[in-house]
Each structure stands twice: as structure tokens, then as C-alpha cells.
Design a protein around this ligand. Structure first.
Ligand SMILES: Cc1ncc(C[n+]2csc(CCOP(=O)(O)OP(=O)(O)O)c2C)c(N)n1
Ligand SMILES: [Mg+2]
Length: 386
């Protein structure tokens, strides 16, 4: 299956979907199946692999995205340190998954929408949301520290797969309004077992909405390995069951991710409907700091993925083409350090949140119950002060 852009018109697609559903479905639907092996454009040794279906992104785009990878890795390291210092309550790291994070953000226009999960902090920051506003949630101060409408970026969802339904709703609304907005909805391998995943994909396919479902298959849902999650040939194979195309991509290959996700977004923008992209990657660290991964996997398992690291692979590739040199490396590292220092300073500063803010943004107009609770809290606090 190729998520290419030279597709038939939406009407022809709809007719073919109907035909496939009602007649010789097996024969007409095979184009919806993913590749036998995940798409790869740069191998773990940093060498280009040609793929007829997906052209390599140009050097400038790769260099820019590589700089974001360096920043993403630094953000993950710094957030882990802030957890150890007690400044963040928890941090689900995307260490090793930074190529997925960066690609998900940069393939979108600012007017598009991103629906991230708790693990997608780096994607949200790569999209341009202010880092401290993103991390406020994990400090526990606010429900969400950024304005989703300003950045066209939904709050990071913790209840698995719920954001996929919201994403489909936004995509459906944008289609009804005649806008060109594309929605990219992220989830993990474990989330594909949720009922919400099924409902979201089915609705998206039937109503032919401009959404890309992006599954980061990092092989674990906390302690549950993929083999206990699904016995489908791949998670991308699930797409054909809904009548949409699925594709598999090497989730540690930045170039392949940019090409495959870029094509899926373009396809949705052209009115060709939803698709599913599964990125094969690996969760290099524990689920969060609250998890002890040594109880369910070995260090050898993890070390197998070290040579596939997305940063070293892209660094080798760009050095080989003379697009990257030591000066540029030093500059990218320094830029990433500025963000890390900013995170440290901002999150080490003591804050005194006003408890009444809890009620401020729940509804545009407060319900009588909320008014009552706010008054009760005000009363309790004034008695403490007195
Ligand atoms: C509806 C729901 N059920 C259970 C949980 C508890 N939970 C939190 S993360 C997680 C694992 C999710 O794994 P996956 O979708 O693969 O994402 P990953 O953490 O690997 O990025 C579970 C079961 C939850 N947050 N929401
Ligand atoms: Mg997972």
C-alpha cells in the first residue's frame, strides 16, 4: 500500500469503497494493505535506501528536523532530571521515539490540528507550544497549561484513545465547513485495543474525514508486550478492516517518517480521506518514573535498539552528505541547552497558584454546582487564613 497523492477523486474513492464493501471485496481492497516491511529511507548505518513510492525529503528539511531531534532528546533528558528533583510529578519520556515526535509536528501546517497523548510532549513543543506551558500539566498546577485553540493542539490525553474520537470530530467539522484542515491523531500500540480506537477509525472512514491516525508502536503498553496486545500481522493491517489505507514505517528513521506522514497528510488534504500510519519504534526507558521496567524486560532487549537510535542514524547520514559539520552540531547542542536551562529555571521557580483557578476554565459560564464549590473553597481558605 502506498499513501501517495495521485489518488482518484473523493467521489470515485467513495464509489470504490462501496463496491469493495458490496462485491468482490478481497480483490479490490488489497491497495489498502500496508507494505510487507516498514518503509525505510535511511538505514541504521546512515545509508540511503531507495523507495520508489517515497522520495527522500530534501537536505534542508532533514537538517532542520535533525536540529529538532537534538532539542527533543535534550527536553526528554531535562524533564527526567526535573522529575528526580521533585519539580515534575511524572514524565512519560519519548527517548528513542523523537523522530516520531518531530515528524508528527513538522508535517502539519499551523492551521492543522494535532491530538497528542501524554507521551508526546516533544511533539507539542516541536509544534511551537511554549515548553513551560506544556510541562505545567505534569507539575500538577493546571488541567492543561496551554490554550489548545491558539496552537491547534489538543491537550495531551491520558485516557487512552479518547483523543482519537475528538480528533475525528474536529476533522468532520472542518470538512463540513469546507476548510482544508488536516488532523493528525497520535496514539500508542496499547491504545489500539480500546473501543474508542475502533469507533474513531470507523467513523472517520465512513464519513471520509481528513484525519491521519499515527500509531507509535513502541512494543509496550506499560508492562504488556505487543504480542499480548494484538495478533494482527501489524497494527497498520487494522486499517483495511475500516476501508482505509494503512502504512508501516521505521519509527526511528526521521526521513521515512517525514515522507510517509507527509504523504498521508497531503492525501487527507486533497480529500482522499483518512489513513493509518504505524511507526515501529521502541520505548527505551520505563513507562514513566513510576514504573520499574526491569520487572518485565531485560537490559539486552533494550540494548538491541541502541544501534537503531534515530539521532545517531540521521547524524551519520547528514555528515556523510556534508550537510552537517562539527560547528553546526555544536550550534544545535547549544540551542537545545538554552531550552533545557529555560525549563530548569522556569520549573525551579516557586509558584503559588490561586486555588480558585481550579474553577476558572471548566465551562465558559459556571454551573450552579461549580459556583457552590468555589464558594465553599473560598470559605474554607478564609477560615484557614483567619
Ligand atoms: C482508558 C485507559 N485505560 C487504562 C489506562 C492506564 N494506562 C496508562 S498508559 C497505559 C499504556 C498505554 O500504552 P500505549 O498505548 O502503548 O502507549 P505508550 O505508553 O507505550 O506510549 C495504560 C494501560 C489509561 N490511561 N486509560
Ligand atoms: Mg506503547
Amino acid at each position: 500500500m502506498t499513501i501517495s497523492t495521485g489518488n482518484p477523486s473523493p467521489q470515485a474513492m467513495a464509489d470504490s469503497r462501496r463496491d469493495a464493501a458490496h462485491s468482490d471485496a478481497g480483490a479490490t481492497a488489497s491497495h489498502l494493505l500496508p507494505s510487507n516491511v516498514p518503509v525505510q529511507l535511511v538505514d541504521p548505518d546512515g545509508h540511503h535506501r531507495h523507495d520508489d513510492r517515497y522520495p527522500l525529503p530534501d537536505g534542508g528539511a532533514l537538517l532542520d528536523a535533525y536540529a529538532r531531534l537534538v532539542t527533543g532528546r535534550r527536553i526528554n533528558d531535562q524533564a527526567n532530571a526535573l522529575v528526580r528533583q521533585g519539580r515534575l510529578a511524572v514524565y512519560p519520556s519519548s527517548h528513542g521515539q523523537e523522530a516520531c515526535q518531530v515528524a508528527a509536528a513538522v508535517v502539519l501546517e499551523t492551521t492543522d490540528w494535532l491530538f497528542p497523548t501524554y507521551r508526546d510532549t516533544v511533539a507539542v513543543i516541536a509544534r511551537g507550544v511554549e515548553p513551560l506551558e506544556v510541562l505545567t500539566l505534569l507539575r500538577g498546577d493546571w488541567h492543561s497549561g496551554y490554550d489548545p485553540c491558539e496552537h491547534h493542539t489538543a491537550p495531551q490525553a491520558t485516557p487512552l484513545a479518547t483523543q482519537l474520537l475528538h480528533a475525528v470530530g474536529v476533522a468532520h467539522a472542518s470538512k463540513l465547513r469546507g476548510e482544508e484542515t488536516v488532523v493528525l491523531a497520535m496514539c500508542g500500540d496499547g491504545a489500539t485495543s480500546e473501543g474508542d480506537f475502533h469507533e474513531a477509525l470507523n467513523f472517520a472512514a465512513v464519513f471520509h474525514v481528513p484525519v491521519v491516525f499515527f500509531v507509535q508502536n513502541n512494543e509496550y503498553a506499560i508492562s504488556v508486550p505487543l504480542k499480548n496486545q494484538s495478533v494482527a500481522p501489524s497494527l497498520a493491517h487494522k486499517a483495511i478492516g475500516y476501508g482505509m489505507p494503512g502504512e508501516r514505517v521505521d519509527g526511528n528513521d526521521l526521513a521515512a517518517l517525514l515522507a510517509v506522514l507527509g504523504a498521508a497528510v497531503e492525501r487527507a488534504r486533497e480529500g482522499a480521506g483518512p489513513s493509518l500510519v504505524e511507526a515501529h519504534t521502541y520505548r527505551m526507558q520505563a513507562h514513566t518514573n513510576a514504573d520499574d521496567a526491569t520487572r518485565y524486560r531485560t537490559q539486552e532487549d533494550v540494548e538491541k535498539w541502541v544501534p537503531r537510535d534515530p539521532l545517531t542514524r540521521m547524524r551519520t547520514y547528514l555528515h556523510g552528505l556534508n550537510l552537517l559539520d562539527d560547528d553546526a552540531e555544536a550550534r544545535f547542542a547549544a540551542d537545545a541547552e538554552v531550552i533545557a536551562a529555560y525549563m530548569r529555571d522556569g520549573l525551579n521557580a516557586e509558584v503559588q497558584p490561586d486555588p480558585q483557578e481550579l474553577f476558572a476554565h471548566v465551562y465558559a459560564r459556571r454551573t450552579p454546582q461549580l459556583e457552590e464549590q468555589a464558594a465553599q473553597l473560598r470559605d474554607e481558605l478564609s477560615r484557614q487564613d483567619g
